[in-house]
Design a protein around this ligand. Sequence first.
Ligand code: FES
Ligand SMILES: [Fe+2]
Length: 391
Amino acid sequence: MLDDLALARAVTPVFEAPGRARGLANLCYVDPAYHRLEAERLLARDWLCVGTGADIPARGDTMAVDAAGQPVLLVRDHDSIVRAFHNVCRHRGSILVEGSRSGPAIVCPYHSWSYALDGRLVRTPEVGGHGLHDCASVDKDALGLLPVRVSLWLDFVFVNLSGDAPPLETVVAPMAARWSDYATDRLVHAAADTYELRANWKLAVENYLECYHLPWVHPALNGYSPLAEHEYRVFADRFFGPVTHSYRASAPPETALPEFPGLPAARRLEGEYPIAFPNLLLGIQRDHLFGIIVDPLAVDRTRERLHIYTVDDGTERPAAERARIAAAVAGLAAGWREVFTEDIGIVERLQRGRASSTFDGGRLTAFHDGCTQRFMQLVARAVAPTAAPGA
Ligand code: FES
Ligand SMILES: [Fe+2]
């Protein structure tokens, strides 16, 4: 059992001054009790990214997701509104949907109770005996699916299980304002990919938040977007990460993609890679946006879901040009796949390193690990509020 003292000791070193701070203790990456606490105190109370609108594009589409260890169902209803419900039947508690499904109703596989896309319980076959589809003890009006608070930004779907986080719109406002130069209403879903990591989810995030490793882990990327062209930015309380000033500075014309219309010239070589705390890793460039949804599956297991969006700039193009762009998009997706798979082995090494009792959280460097430290501080404030300075 994890006591408060052990928890405080595990997280306080991240509040030291930059250059003196150590990282979170090993237990934050390996201990199942800590993992449950983190789900309860951080992931269930915050806005957690669990999917995209593109995952459920049509009315009646549903997709099962895990949110802080709890089964949740995303639904696109008859009015094309994205809703979320606890993915559990009100009768005997069966999981309703596994994976992705589509249909006019959500039907439980156990006894076929059916729910409308707005969550109302509409059918309870044979519930009162042979041929009796209603009964006094089953009040359909009181047994609809339990809703989960849900909100979208860009195309990303966020849920807040506790129901009391500040409105998502308020939370993302500073980043949305910073990106107001980008016509994000022109983004279209272009590609998706999934990666499995034998590592804690925080290590995947922490690795994303520094580019110190570029020359050694991503030599090809470092060739066209060198470490020296990067720096770190804090855009807002919950949005921070690396930026580059040489995005595709010398890209060949055949790989060019439609760009955000009206983007100021000063932005053309910029790429910004902030986290949307806690679990969405974003990247925006002149011709596309991507997001990696980091799913904490277990204390030592993580899934990353990459979604790439390109720009529909409204220009009519001949077929040959459309084919060239389609090939360029495929090349872009393959390029990101190369980069993100290069990270997997390293992140898994970080996980295995945390089996060493001698590892004390290491040293967070002042220059490169500021964003990592900030991420750890946000995690620490949520899981051990009394350990944080000023608490
Ligand atoms: S558990 Fe769903 S209908 Fe019985
Ligand atoms: Fe990397």
